[in-house]
Design a protein. Structure first.
Length: 318
């Protein structure tokens, strides 16, 4: 188990960013977002950097499937499960939100939808997910094939549960707060000034995203928290559970490195989202807090109930 002080350091750092963001969200976003000039590059970069999240989800579900005792019908439901995951994640991660952005007047020409066209975007994203699927099978074959099946089943189950909780929590917060994204705040739509549109974190607009006004879409009112940042932290943190299946990395030092890597990965993703005008600093820092909390929850459950065989030996003795 990772020492509690390391989780405290990660969450304390994110909390400091969160407090700073609460006090100066408007001014920080104005500097980093820079009136839409960084939008295209930052949003595409943040989407590509989040591929790790989908890749980890692929690996977790594949490990779960491979760990379940093979019964008579496994050859039937395995490809169905993979197909559902493939198209579901592809649609969720890349298509819907980008379609909304590409269809708006102010940001036409900046999304994948406009860059590739609707058919081209499906092909582009399909190729990405196909490569991730092949990569997941390759990683299983070379690294996890001979791992303990019980540990594999438990580790993959915990990752899937944490991802599910993450998705539910993120959606709930987004609709409860319905906070305008920076690109809407600075859009000037409806003749409103940024000061009139902007909402501090202590000014939620419960469920307003269900009924957007002024010709905007629901996506424009989902700034808090940053789902990209939250998922970046969780996907990197999932390496802690996966490390239990690899003797070389099943030690406290490796798990601690993965924890701090999740923080760095989340910060990079969060800054890209701020530069893209998709989130304020308070949104991304809360995403880090939420992601780190879920990582701790998953690993605490694993350790407390002996679900995963975490080695306590130093790296040199593994």
């Amino acid at each position: 188990m990772i020492k509690l002080r390391h989780y405290f350091i990660v969450i304390a750092f994110a909390l400091a960013l969160f407090i700073w963001g609460c006090c100066s969200d408007f001014s920080i976003s104005g500097v980093l977002y820079n009136d839409n000039s960084n939008f295209a590059a930052a949003i595409i970069a943040s989407d590509y950097i989040l591929i790790l999240y989908s890749f980890v989800a692929f690996i977790a579900i594949l490990l779960f499937i491979m760990a379940v005792p093979k019964h008579k019908g496994w050859k039937t439901w395995l490809p169905i499960t993979v197909a559902v995951l493939f198209f579901g994640l592809m649609s969720y991660m890349y298509f819907d939100d980008l379609k909304e952005l590409g269809g708006t007047k102010d940001f036409a020409g900046t999304s994948d939808l406009v860059l590739y066209g609707e058919t081209g975007m499906w092909i582009h994203n399909g190729v990405i997910y196909f490569l991730m699927l092949v990569g997941a099978y390759a990683i299983y074959h070379f690294f996890f094939r001979n791992a303990n099946k019980n540990t594999m089943l438990r580790a993959s189950s915990i990752i899937c549960v944490v991802i599910f909780i993450d998705l539910c929590a993120s959606v709930a917060f987004k609709y409860l707060w319905s906070r305008p994204r920076p690109w809407y705040v600075y859009s000037g739509m409806g003749g409103l000034s940024p000061e009139e549109i902007f909402r501090n974190l202590w000014q939620p607009q419960p469920f307003k995203a269900f009924h957007p006004e002024n010709g905007i879409t629901s996506s424009w009112l989902k700034s808090f928290p940053s789902g990209h940042t939250e998922r970046a932290v969780i996907s990197a943190g999932a390496l802690i559970s996966l490390s239990s299946l690899l003797p070389k990395f099943n030690n406290e030092r490796s798990r601690t490195v993965f924890l701090y890597f999740s923080l760095i990965y989340g910060i990079v993703t969060g800054l890209l989202r701020v530069c893209a005008g998709a989130h304020f600093m308070g949104d991304v820092s809360f995403g880090i807090i939420l992601g780190a909390t879920l990582i701790y929850f998953g690993n605490w459950i694993s350790y407390k109930y002996h679900l995963i065989e975490f080695s306590e030996l130093p790296a040199s003795q593994n």
